[in-house]
Design a protein around this ligand. Structure first.
Ligand SMILES: [Zn+2]
Length: 123
């Protein structure tokens, strides 16, 4: 294992990058909703009103964005409780370089490759 713990500055940068990505996804959702609402003038208002807003957001998000948003939230939670940067599968530290490339990754490169090789069997 050659990964070292993240410095305060690195952690702060990664957190900002996570928040930025989260904002980008949520902005997209917002734009999408505005588009929808201008088109949905004829839609059943009672039905629209009964829908939970957060539910609405997740329905309208693209699958990929939803997955990313979930991963971002989890990563931010881990930053908050001090477990960020640890692989979820083997508990080894994930290298700073990998985190900088994919701040919301939950797995180290070895475990990720392992998982990818497994999932390719089923494709
Ligand atoms: Zn791992």
């Amino acid at each position: 294992m050659n990964a070292t713990e993240l410095t305060e500055v690195e952690l702060q940068n990664l957190k900002e990058s996570l928040l930025f990505q989260k904002g980008t996804i949520l902005n997209k959702t917002h734009e999408f909703k505005e588009e929808q609402s201008s088109m949905a003038a004829v839609a059943d208002e009672a039905e629209a009103a009964s829908q939970d807003i957060s539910n609405n957001i997740s329905i309208h998000l693209h699958e990929r964005d939803r997955t990313a948003l979930y991963a971002i939230e989890r990563a931010l939670g881990k930053i908050a409780d001090g477990t960020y940067g640890q692989c979820e599968a083997c508990s080894e530290l994930i290298s700073a370089r990998r985190l900088q490339a994919r701040p919301f990754t939950a797995l180290c490169i070895d475990c990720m490759e392992e998982q990818e090789s497994h999932s390719s069997i089923f494709q």
